[in-house]
Design a protein around this ligand. Structure first.
Ligand code: BG6
Length: 484
């Protein structure tokens, strides 16, 4: 059996909006995540409802005029803004080789359309990344992770407007120039397929504002593809030799039965939810199956002269993805749904699910790695993986055996995939330190190996406490996963 390659990049990941807090500190402007509403007194049903509504135009209006952090957990995060130094000390002790976080656009350009950046925002990331560099931790920086400046939505209509590409590139150029010598891997967009599975997060559009929702989704998507390709082009020029990657949330999908209709449905789901995005970023062109999909759904992609060449000549250097669970495709409308707090799709009778209904499938990770490597022949990076669970803090300890099991089973499958011949270069465990959950805005959906003593309402000491999984992951890193 192959071992993990020497220099394999074991790491941890967070995002700016879920961790930083300090929403009005350092001249930061408001962004779309600052406006997401959550009430800690809600029961499970209400939380599920909130997750499905996500954002309305009314909520957006109220939130942007409000100054409070109450009911807006992303404004508080875990206060990484003030604690990043100590938090990085914990990660140094953990031994990680790479740290993934996102840069908050509205810290660098508070409104998004300024020509001069906010130095205070840049200094914050400079100090953070310098500390990583000084401690031999590589930096994997996401340029945009769901938090577009609100001003760009209000004044320009957000990603529907082609002008967004220029604002985004101005931002990306500033980052390459100012932080280029501190960053080892760049990622222009977190989960670029979020425009489809979560349009508010992915491309900042609000359903009740959009008479033709699907059209708007793909218009935004086209602009993001161009922004992604041009960020690759610019990166190759300004930070030569530094890899610039593409990322999706990977929803590996199995047919519910071997009935050809179910198999076809699984393929269609893979195409629309996953491959479309990978094909554009890695192969540099819109695939034919999407042309049929667009025609059948009366969607017009706003192509302009030169777009095809931009996509074709600026493909990504590596592919990354988040992987939490697998999905099941069925043509039977009565097919049983997955159990759990938040229903996330059809049930796979061979798998167990997390408390949030996410079906745990380590072998699915091996399948995914083989599938993606065989299809694109690009180095792969697992940018996110982990389990969101309710942890119990007792006597300053968290016995998270379920997390250790989850991680260990996924690591074994990564090793299998490497043995299969996959070029897997790194793994950044998601939410390495507890942060606010992106989908449900709860603090109680925890992923970290480090516990943060804050509850859903933001109450608590904020203390950081190592869970049992901390020691487990520390050993994995020290032995390069080879004792698994
Ligand atoms: C990914 C996002 O889709 O899933 C992260 O990139 C997010 O931002 C992660 O936190 C896990 O989802 P959740 O909803 O459990 O936080």
């Amino acid at each position: 059996m192959s071992n993990f390659p020497k220099g394999f990049l074991w790491g941890g990941a967070i995002s700016g909006s879920q961790a930083e807090g300090g929403f009005n500190k350092g001249k930061k402007g408001l962004n779309t995540q600052d406006l997401r509403y959550f009430d800690a007194s809600w029961d499970t049903e209400k939380r599920t409802e909130n997750r499905n509504i996500n954002m309305t135009s009314e909520r957006f209006k109220v939130a942007k005029n409000s100054e409070t952090t109450d009911f807006y957990p992303f404004r508080r995060g875990i206060d990484f803004y003030h604690n990043y130094d100590e938090d990085l000390d914990h990660l140094i002790e953990l031994g990680i080789k790479i740290f993934r976080t996102s840069i908050t656009w509205s810290r660098i350009f508070p409104k998004g359309d300024e020509s001069e950046p906010n130095r205070e925002g840049l200094d914050f990331y400079k100090k953070m990344f310098k500390k990583c560099q000084d401690n031999k931790i590589k930096v994997f920086a996401t340029i945009l992770h769901y938090d577009t400046p609100v001003h760009l939505i209000e004044v320009y209509g957000g990603w529907k407007n082609r002008k967004m590409i220029d604002f985004y590139l101005n931002y990306a150029e500033t980052l390459y120039r100012e932080l280029g010598d501190l960053v080892d891997y760049w990622l222009p967009f977190n989960e670029i397929n979020a425009n489809r599975f979560n349009p508010y997060n992915g491309c900042s559009i609000i359903k009740d504002d959009e008479p033709d929702y699907l059209q708007s989704i793909y218009t935004c998507g086209h602009h993001q593809f161009l922004a992604n390709a041009r960020a690759v082009e610019l990166g190759h020029k300004l930070v030569p030799g530094v890899p610039i990657g593409g990322m999706i949330a990977r929803f590996t999908t199995y047919p519910a039965t071997c009935h050809p209709n179910d198999v076809m449905k699984a393929l269609e789901d893979e195409n629309v939810k996953n491959y479309f995005y990978l094909d554009v970023m890695a192969r540099g062109a819109y695939p034919n199956y999407m042309k049929r999909f667009f025609a059948e759904n009366q969607i017009e992609i706003p192509w302009q002269e030169g777009d095809e060449a931009i996509l074709k000549t600026n493909t990504v250097d590596f592919l990354s993805f988040s992987y939490y669970m697998s999905m099941v495709a069925s043509t039977d409308p009565q097919y049983e749904k997955s159990s759990g707090n938040l229903v996330s799709g059809n049930k796979n009778p061979y798998l167990t699910a997390s408390e949030w209904g996410w079906q745990i499938d380590p072998v699915g990770l091996r399948i995914t790695l083989n599938d993606m490597y065989d299809r694109y022949h690009l180095p792969l990076f697992i940018a996110e993986n982990g389990i969101g669970a309710v942890d119990q803090l007792e006597d300053d300890q968290v016995h998270d055996t379920y997390r250790i099991n989850y991680l260990s089973e996924h690591f074994k499958q990564m090793k299998e995939a490497i043995h299969d011949g996959v070029d897997l270069i790194g793994y950044t465990m998601w939410g390495i330190i507890d942060i606010v959950s992106c989908g449900t805005i709860e603090m109680s959906k925890r992923y970290g190996v480090i516990y943060v003593d804050l509850d859903d309402a933001g109450h608590g000491s904020g203390r950081r406490i190592k869970k049992d999984s901390f020691k487990f992951y520390q050993d994995i890193i020290q032995t390069n996963g080879n004792k698994l």
